[in-house]
Design a protein around this ligand. Structure first.
Ligand code: GLU
Length: 315
């Protein structure tokens, strides 16, 4: 047991839960139970154009049908934009965030001029054009200065423990994932100054997730492996905002027919709520836990013990 444990499941209401999202939900729930901790649900509806009306309710119903009940009322990111603006204001006041006038075309052109065409998961690596000012153009978005650790020194106290080792050295963020092991990323070189608030006024996932994880006292982030690549950016932001770093565990993904992460686009079917135990058994299988026939209540008890053996072998 850790002294205090707060975990969360943070679905974006862009579609109903499917086999892949249930894996992350079940894993975060089991980890919270295995630590005698609290499990929260946060509806990440900050990217309003991508959210489907009523999908939040459907997701909460699907979780309830599977017996995954949050320990506190869920929160909606769309109701917390004041917190994100405060965080952005703090970064701007400290010279760590700046307005950017660049369109995607401008960024492509700047990269071409530099003889670079760097992308990361389809996103262009921002070459820092507006760091030196808007040059008379209109600011459209806000970006984080990822060169803030030039002096190889964290700005904020870092929580060091067995898992959440995150250090900044030679501009690299190092961190240890409870499943994937040691990870590192040079955010400036590999991602560039990333967006905190978008041209359409929506706060970016990176900022909202960091602010909320801290505001909700989250000690452990358990989520799908497709999100692992965001972790270094989030650690950098935590340090820029003087916030603690949680422990991270990224779970295996369910792959669609095209070999990519299961999603609405590659044929993910909504969870079949008529047989929650079958769906839970499939999710448990992805997590490397044995199938448990019987009732969901019996399965949960067994899986909490299985989970401890698999993911917390020292206990
Ligand atoms: N809202 C994100 C998603 O559904 C998950 C965010 C997180 O767990 O950090 O992909």
């Amino acid at each position: 047991m850790v002294a205090r444990y707060v975990g969360r499941f943070a679905p974006s209401p862009t579609g109903p839960l499917h086999a892949g999202s249930l894996v992350a939900a079940l894993a975060s729930w089991l980890d919270a139970r295995a630590h005698g901790g609290q499990w929260l649900v946060r509806i990440e509806d900050v990217d309003t154009p991508r959210c489907a009306p009523g999908m939040d309710r459907i997701i909460l119903q699907q979780l309830a049908a599977c017996g995954l009940h949050p320990d506190a009322p869920p929160v909606w990111q769309s109701q917390r934009t004041g917190l994100y603006q405060q965080a952005l204001d703090q970064l701007v006041a400290r010279g760590l965030a700046y307005p950017c006038a660049c369109s995607r075309k401008d960024i492509e052109a700047a990269l071409n001029r530099l003889g670079q065409a760097r992308t990361r998961h389809g996103e262009l690596v921002y070459p820092g054009t507006c760091r030196t000012g808007l040059h008379g153009n209109l600011g459209r978005a806000w970006r984080l200065r990822t060169d803030m650790f030039k002096k190889n020194r964290p700005l904020a106290p870092v929580e060091y423990d067995k898992f959440a080792t995150n250090v900044v050295a030679n501009n690299l963020i190092h961190w240890a994932d409870r499943r994937l092991g040691a990870q590192q990323q040079d955010v400036q070189a590999q991602v560039g100054d990333f967006v905190l608030k978008r041209f359409d006024g929506c706060f970016a996932y990176q900022l909202a997730v960091v602010v909320d994880d801290a505001a909700q006292g989250v000690t452990d982030v358990v989520r799908g492996e497709d999100l692992a690549d965001n972790t270094a950016r989030q650690i950098l932001l935590q340090q820029a905002l003087g916030l603690p770093t949680p422990r991270y565990l990224h779970t295996p993904l369910v792959l669609g027919a095209n070999g990519e992460k299961l999603s609405k686009q590659n044929g993910a079917q909504p969870l079949d709520a008529s047989d929650p135990l079958a769906a839970l058994n499939r999710a448990a299988g992805v997590l490397g836990l044995p199938a448990r026939p019987g009732s969901a209540a019996e399965a949960f008890v067994a899986w909490v013990a299985d989970w401890r053996r698999r993911y917390e072998p020292a206990q």
